[in-house]
Design a protein around this ligand. Structure first.
Ligand code: SAM
Length: 259
């Protein structure tokens, strides 16, 4: 998948979109991966830096590195986490020596890699033997409530809409477990983690789709105004037509393995 195009929006738009779940999700990923004070940690596909910031709060920014191929996202991450080593680079060719980290993490990234098996092999290479490689992806077909309701609405209006529940290759325990084991990681475990995000009202959730972020945003901006309005109405209906503030939960699958 050509991903730079999918994440070419601003960091602010991303943070209002799925980035809203980022801080809560990061805490769950860090806990599941067992990250501890004193560890050197790499965040692969850091985006605007939700996970980088959460890791830095635990181990200190001096022990944190992060990479993303998007220059605006890497800059937003640098601004968010002063002192961390943030570089513009892709997972498939990490600019670090072998065994450089105690832990390598990736949050919501592996589906967007051009070559996910190569990316995971690189993550293992830069992690010291006995260190941890962990990552999570949304449960697109199931309990990522916002995206599931969005694609159910989109497909009810256009059966050919490219539902992430079917287009995302790594979004269930089996495929993630295979990806991790295929990279030579040992003791692989995949478990669910859940994050929540709050919204002022429906438009607070809908507006970031209009910025074109990710596959759902790209689908939204590809529609003519009438079709976009119909999608908005159907999406709202599937979430119970919320009038005021509401909260949604989102489940991700988290894979953890030992290098
Ligand atoms: C859904 S965002 C997740 C961002 C961040 N990890 C978070 O949790 O908010 C996916 C990220 O993967 C990045 N990405 C795309 N292709 C990549 C690649 N080949 N290597 C590393 N990151 C990549 C995108 O630029 C984007 O920042």
């Amino acid at each position: 998948m050509g991903t730079s195009r999918l994440f070419s929006g601003s960091a602010d738009a991303y943070n209002r979109f799925v980035g809203r779940y980022g801080p809560h999700l990061s805490g769950e990923l860090i806990a599941t991966a067992g990250i501890r004070e004193g560890q050197r940690v790499l965040d692969v596909g850091c985006g605007p830096g939700a996970l980088t910031a959460a890791v830095a709060a635990l181990v200190g920014p001096d022990l944190v590195s992060a990479v993303d191929p998007s220059e605006p996202f890497a800059q937003a991450c640098r601004d968010r986490v002063p002192g961390a080593d943030v570089r513009v680079a892709a997972a498939e060719s990490l600019p670090f020596n072998d065994d450089a980290f105690d832990a390598t993490l990736s949050q919501l990234v592996v589906n967007f890699l051009d070559d996910a098996p190569r990316g995971l092999s690189e993550m293992r290479r830069v992690t010291r033997p006995g260190g941890v490689v962990a990552g999570c992806t949304w449960d697109y077909a199931g309990e990522m409530t916002m995206l599931r309701a969005f694609w159910d609405a989109a497909r009810s209006l256009d059966p050919d809409a490219a539902d992430e529940g079917t287009t995302m290759r790594y979004s269930d325990p089996e495929s993630l477990g295979e990806l991790w084991r295929g990279a030579g990681l040992a003791d692989v475990d995949v478990s669910p983690i859940v994050a929540e995000a709050g919204y002022e009202d429906f438009d607070d959730m809908w507006e970031p789709f209009l910025a074109g972020n990710g596959p759902a945003g790209a689908h939204t901006v590809s529609l003519e105004p009438d079709a976009q309005a119909a999608l908005r109405d159907e999406f709202a209906r599937r979430l119970g037509s919320p009038e005021g503030p509401f909260t949604l939960s989102a489940r991700a699958w988290c894979a953890v393995g030992t290098a």
